[in-house]
Design a protein around this ligand. Structure first.
Ligand SMILES: [Zn+2]
Length: 548
């Protein structure tokens, strides 16, 4: 391959000539960390890129974020303007590398190519190599079946073995805390998170999902589902001749019922209860094949961003499309999102501002349990694949047969519904405790950018408190923690708050996130991840109380 030093020299004279390792190797290899840094540095002389570090990885690598504009914004534009902030996040799973290459290509096109007209229309942020440590563990043993790059890819997890796309609520990783701080500082209106699929043999080049938790502001959900994504999908067809659709995997209703039993719901139950009657009107009988989205919990980044009152889009390039094709489809998808955001900037900043205002005005109820909900019956493209040998490893890869995509009618489950709600208090209160759990809680909340007040004088407080009847800790650790569920009953009480107790208002822009992190029965809160430890014990009151 051509020397990267040479590429950098050419780039110093003309940034449009900067090339990624993917391009320099005819898409046989993916960029290393230092090459990403060099590529970004090559764009800086245009005066349209500023590169900052938003933190360090577990192994101490600076995490770069490039701010693109003409000139690049020095800080978040004020909410009063109609200039949105957009963050493109790539390589959270460092085996899924096309987002990294696509972001570099897009930045090059923005500073000196065909996308220059977008420059002034938003503050554009790119974090092209979020899981930097995982990226540097490139090996032929990772994601063996993925159709290239044949030179290997990095690991899914960070250096500490954590999946960064399960870390958004607990923030156990250095990278997660750095990203939460970036979100708090720049507060992007739109976040695009770039991945590669793992599962079913479908017929799409790329699949996508909006934020999936029903506790998200309804206007933001509607905007993403009904306006942004359909427009982008249309543009992907008409301008790029690429097939895209809502993310899913093939499942059977029987398998889904078994999976959902522990949530106290079944697919057939949801269908029967649905006012649309979509599932019961002949779409999905037991054992039928269905198209099922993934998960409603905000441990996943795009759903987390939704609870921050912002718009997020998950992008999943098809694993069995060849690497060059995956870079191309990811690049086109992000490009079309960017065009849509630029064309609807005022609507977007108005919607995110209104979502904040509605949260600050006070929420009444939010969900604590959820179940898949049937969408309208759909025609899903069923695909076909063949085996190919990776010449570098001799191992078999799986390749999409691009022209084989058969439209097949089936029930789609592309969204979730709330099955149980709880009252949202004006504030949660956590009495100061000898075991210092309140300090742990304050530290985690502040890592998200949540405002936490501490009391200075003893004060009585009327509360609802949750008397824990049973604590169920998972036998096997997940992400190095034991997931925990509690059952119990609510009662009213008046407690004395010692100085140093926490008061966490839900009437702040991150109020939806406050609820999800602190509500005792939340399915993805600090309690779920056992961060509260023995402070949650059967027969005692939960440490987090709700103001009355
Ligand atoms: Zn992924």
């Amino acid at each position: 391959m051509r020397s990267l030093v040479l590429a950098a020299l050419i780039a110093a004279q003309n940034p449009v000539m900067a090339q990624t390792r993917a391009e320099l190797t005819r898409f046989e290899e993916t960029s290393r960390y230092e090459e990403v840094r060099a590529f970004l540095d090559a764009l800086v002389p245009t005066g349209r890129v500023r590169v900052e570090s938003f933190g360090r990885s577990e192994e101490g690598r600076e995490l770069p974020v490039a701010i693109i504009g003409s000139p690049p914004a020095a800080a978040r534009p004020p909410r009063a303007t109609s200039v949105p902030v957009v963050l493109v996040l790539a390589n959270i799973h460092a085996g899924e590398v096309e987002g990294k290459e696509a972001s570099l290509h897009l930045m090059r096109r923005m500073v000196s190519g065909d996308l220059q007209p977008l420059l002034g229309q938003a503050a554009w942020l790119f974090a092209p190599i979020y899981n930097a440590d995982g990226n540097e563990r490139i090996s032929l043993e990772n994601r063996v079946e993925q159709y290239g790059p044949i030179g290997g890819v990095g690991t899914r997890e960070n250096a500490n073995g954590l999946d960064l796309n399960r870390d958004f609520m607990k923030l156990d990783s250095a990278e997660g805390r750095a990203l939460a701080a970036l979100l708090a500082r720049w507060d992007p209106d739109v976040v695009v998170d770039l991945h590669t699929t793992n599962g079913s043999y479908h017929g799409y080049h790329l699949t996508y999902a909006p934020s999936l938790n029903p506790n998200t502001d309804p206007a933001l959900i509607a905007f993403a589902r009904e306006r942004l994504l359909p427009a982008v999908r249309q543009a992907m067809t008409s301008r790029h001749a690429l097939r895209t659709y809502s993310y899913g995997n093939f499942a059977t209703t029987t398998a889904m019922d078994a999976e959902l039993l522990e949530f106290g719901a079944t697919v057939s139950g949801v269908g029967a209860a649905s006012s649309t009657g979509a599932a019961s009107s002949g779409g999905a009988g037991t054992g039928d094949r269905v198209w099922r989205t993934f998960d409603h919990r905000p441990r996943f980044g795009t759903t987390y961003v939704g609870l921050r009152n912002r718009i997020a889009i998950l992008s999943e390039a098809y694993s069995y499309l060849d690497f060059a094709g995956r870079v191309r489809v990811t690049e086109a998808f992000v490009e079309e999102i960017m065009r849509y955001v630029a064309g609807n900037a005022a609507d977007i900043t108005r919607l995110t501002g209104q979502a904040d205002a509605a949260t600050v005005a006070g929420l009444t109820e939010q969900g604590v349990s959820f179940a898949l909900a049937p969408s309208a019956p759909a025609e899903i493209l069923v695909g076909a694949v063949e085996k190919k040998t990776n010449p570098r490893s001799g191992r078999e890869m799986i390749a999409m047969i691009e022209q084989r995509a058969v439209p097949t009618a089936m029930q789609e489950f592309g969204a979730f519904a709330v099955t149980q709600t709880r009252r949202v208090p004006s504030a949660y209160v956590v009495p100061a405790r000898a075991d210092n759990v309140h300090r742990t809680i304050a530290e985690r909340l502040r890592s998200h950018g949540i405002a936490v007040r501490e009391t200075t004088v003893p004060s009585p407080q009327d509360v609802d408190r949750f008397i824990v009847n049973a604590v169920q800790r998972a036998e096997r650790p997940f992400q190095k923690r034991q997931e925990t569920r509690v059952t119990g009953t609510w009662e009213r009480a008046t407690v004395m708050l010692p100085p140093g107790s926490l008061v966490v208002s839900t009437q702040q822009p991150l109020g939806r996130l406050v609820f999800y992190l602190l509500e005792p029965e939340s399915d993805d809160g600090l309690g779920t991840w056992d961060i509260l430890g023995p402070a949650v014990t059967a027969g005692t009151a939960h440490p987090v109380l709700k103001a009355r």
